[in-house]
Design a protein around this ligand. Structure first.
Ligand code: ADP
Length: 198
């Protein structure tokens, strides 16, 4: 029964850590970015609705994003826990997630904030652009995504801090080092990983 959120700027390494933490805690990693990208790649009706927002580095409208997450959390594998990566990103999404959790009589355990300074995240995203060619990894769009994060998502840190849920993790260093930091911080909060090998 582990319910985690990962928050951090684009390029902080959320996706990478999400996969590893999900394995460690034996819960599904649910990434709204991955769900949207999958739909764009496969030309689904949802993909057609979200593509222009994603390409521009803008957020997909809350109503659509909330509906996608509500559906995903209804699936059987999320009943006993989950790790949400990239959701919520707006105060409206926080309210909606609160409502979903309350409806199931559940609550969040911890919000993991992964930090990395702007220079580092821009460098990482440009490197990823060269390697993977993601449509939203161009210099202009990256800058816009960082602005949108600062404006719309960074305020969520205060909201969750006020609830005593936030652990802040330095996202600089190797993938393994960052995972170890997160696992140590979670263990301090009484959240202990299972036995799967990372
Ligand atoms: P990153 O955080 O590295 O920019 P993600 O893969 O998490 O990348 O998200 C990519 C894009 O998907 C976002 O720029 C946005 O367009 C869309 N997206 C993902 N999650 C959300 C969300 N919770 N609300 C609105 N849009 C989202």
């Amino acid at each position: 029964m582990t319910r985690l959120l990962l928050i951090g700027p684009p390029g902080a390494g959320k996706g990478t850590q999400a996969t590893r933490l999900a394995l460690a805690f034996d819960v599904p990693a649910i990434s709204t970015g991955d769900i949207f990208r999958y739909n764009v790649t496969n030309n689904t009706p949802l993909g057609a609705r979200v593509k222009s927002f994603m390409d521009a580095g803008a957020y997909v409208p809350d109503s659509l994003t909330n509906a996608i997450v509500a559906d995903r959390l209804e699936e059987a594998d999320a009943a006993t826990g989950f790790l949400l990566d990239g959701y919520p990103r707006t105060t409206d999404q926080v309210a909606e997630l609160d409502r979903m959790l309350l409806a199931g009589g559940n609550q969040l355990d911890v919000v993991v904030l992964i930090t990395a300074d702007t220079e580092e995240v821009v460098a990482r995203l440009l490197k990823r652009a060269a390697e993977q060619g993601r449509a939203d990894d161009t210099a202009d769009v990256i800058r816009h995504r960082l602005d949108v994060y600062a404006e719309q998502t960074a305020p969520l840190i205060d909201v969750y801090s006020a609830r005593g849920l936030v652990v802040t993790i330095d996202g600089l260093g190797t993938v393994e080092a960052v995972t170890d930091r997160i696992l140590a911080a979670l263990a301090e909060r009484g959240l202990h990983r299972g036995s799967s090998t990372l």
